[in-house]
Design a protein around this ligand. Structure first.
Ligand code: ADP
Ligand code: ASP
Ligand code: MG
Length: 412
């Protein structure tokens, strides 16, 4: 007997018919004698609709009320899943975030999980192996007692945190692909499914744009050592594939130098031209951005040719682009730049692999390959197990496919 958490994403619960199919996977695990907690997302498209309604209601909506609205999508699917399971003759009930309770910080819209109290769900397991159908994405703040949500894609994080809280043997993330691929299979048909991927690489892939898992879910899986699988809800429930296991680097026998390519359209570029080249300038630019909670990612400072001024280029999340521009324009006199230029039609392409720690020249090969395709690189960053380049968005697919082939990742 094992204890499992099974999470079903938006496309897997998009209709009552799909919920019935997902329920067959749950039944298989229940019939095998396991204790099962299920985590569900809202039906696909529902959260977007709820977000749009908030924006329509007010351009400056209260974040706590936003959470009240957007958390409702998961309430519907948890209730429907419980009804479907009961209809199949299984003991099941729904649990909302506040009922579990799953505690979240007061950062409405992107709360961090502070803890999960699994006592009620465990009591149900002991009583009659009752299946706990939990609403993903939502929790309650223990101080304000308000509903909080965990940021887009947050049901993955609910599932892994619940698995940790219940001391589950495994967390299965059921989605519309049958595992983690070397890159997004929607962009590169030759992408290959991996049997295993290390926590570190998955963490980089998720934070660099592979939205198959929310970044925080991977963090929790890594820190709490939760064996986590990504697998397909569209497999035959009687004969499913195991999917991709996220695990320790040491458990992977055959390591590639580069394991995956990620891309993110969620970046915007800002360039300040002819900034005074003197101590304190970087602080004058990046201090206010940090104070405004704007994350700066890539930074390039050009060597000054006149010894007096320099150009500084950096990237910010697209969602913060207008705010960052406005802020820098308001500091025009203090920072003393000549012009501010911006671009949102850019994309960040990244290559990830723990093998980069021990191999030199991995990024250089990419720069050459991109140049041969006529793709201009606007900015570069590197760290121990990844490098990223910023390029024009029009070249996204070409660049991803070029790097995917370059590092031998294409399926035969
Ligand atoms: P869910 O609704 O189940 O949470 P998501 O849409 O959030 O599903 O995540 C699954 C999607 O992630 C896939 O359909 C795929 O297009 C995308 N994706 C991006 N990068 C990868 C990758 N490296 N491997 C697998 N899927 C990826
Ligand atoms: N329904 C939420 C979203 O669309 C959470 C999730 O699906 O993981 O972001
Ligand atoms: Mg998702």
């Amino acid at each position: 007997m094992a204890r499992l958490v099974m999470k079903f994403g938006g496309t897997s619960v998009a209709t009552v018919e799909r919920i019935k199919n997902a329920a067959r996977h749950v039944k298989r695990e229940f019939d095998a004698g396991n204790q099962v907690a299920v985590v569900v997302s809202a039906m696909s498209g529902k959260t977007n609709e709820l977000v749009a309604w908030c924006k329509e209601a007010s351009s400056v909506y209260d974040q706590a009320e936003y959470d009240t609205v957007v958390a409702s999508g998961e309430q519907v699917t948890s209730g429907l899943m419980a009804i479907v399971l009961q209809e199949m003759g299984l003991p099941a009930r729904s649990w909302q975030g506040w009922q579990i309770p799953l505690y979240g910080s007061d950062a409405h819209g992107s709360a961090r999980i502070e803890g999960v109290d699994g006592a009620g769900i465990l009591a149900g397991f002991d009583r009659n192996r009752e299946i706990a159908v939990c609403s993903g994405f939502q929790g309650i703040n223990p101080r304000s007692h308000r509903i909080v949500t965990l940021g887009r894609g947050g049901s993955d994080t609910s599932a892994v945190a619940l698995a940790a809280g219940l001391k589950a043997d495994r967390c299965d993330i059921y989605t519309d692909v049958d595992g983690v691929y070397t890159t997004d299979p929607r962009i590169v048909p030759k992408a290959r499914r991996m049997d295993k991927v290390s926590f570190e690489e998955m963490l980089e892939m998720a934070s660099l744009g592979s939205k198959v898992l929310q970044v925080r879910s991977v963090e929790i899986a890594m820190v709490q050592r939760v064996p986590t699988y990504v697998r397909s809800s569209f497999d035959d429930p009687e004969n499913p594939n195991p999917g991709t296991l996220i695990c320790d680097e040491d458990d992977i026998v055959e390591q590639q130098i580069v394991t995956g390519i990620a891309f993110s359209r969620d970046e915007a570029q800002i360039t300040l031209r002819r900034v005074a080249d003197k101590p304190g300038v970087a602080a004058a630019i990046f201090g206010p951005l940090a104070d405004a909670n704007i994350n700066v990612d890539m930074i390039i400072q050009v060597v000054s040719d006149d010894q007096a001024t320099t150009d500084i280029t950096f990237t910010v999340p697209t969602a913060d682009y207008e705010r960052a521009k406005g802020l820098l324009e308001s500091k025009h006199e203090t920072i003393a730049y000549q012009t501010l230029q911006g671009a949102t039609d850019v994309v960040k392409i990244s290559a990830i692999g723990v093998g980069m720690r021990s191999h030199a020249g991995v990024a250089a090969r990419a720069f050459r390959a991109l140049a041969e395709k006529g793709i201009n690189i606007r900015a570069i960053t590197t760290s121990e197990i990844k490098f990223s380049v910023l390029i024009d968005a029009a070249y996204t697919e070409l660049a991803v496919r070029t790097l995917h082939s370059l590092y031998g990742l294409d399926a035969a």
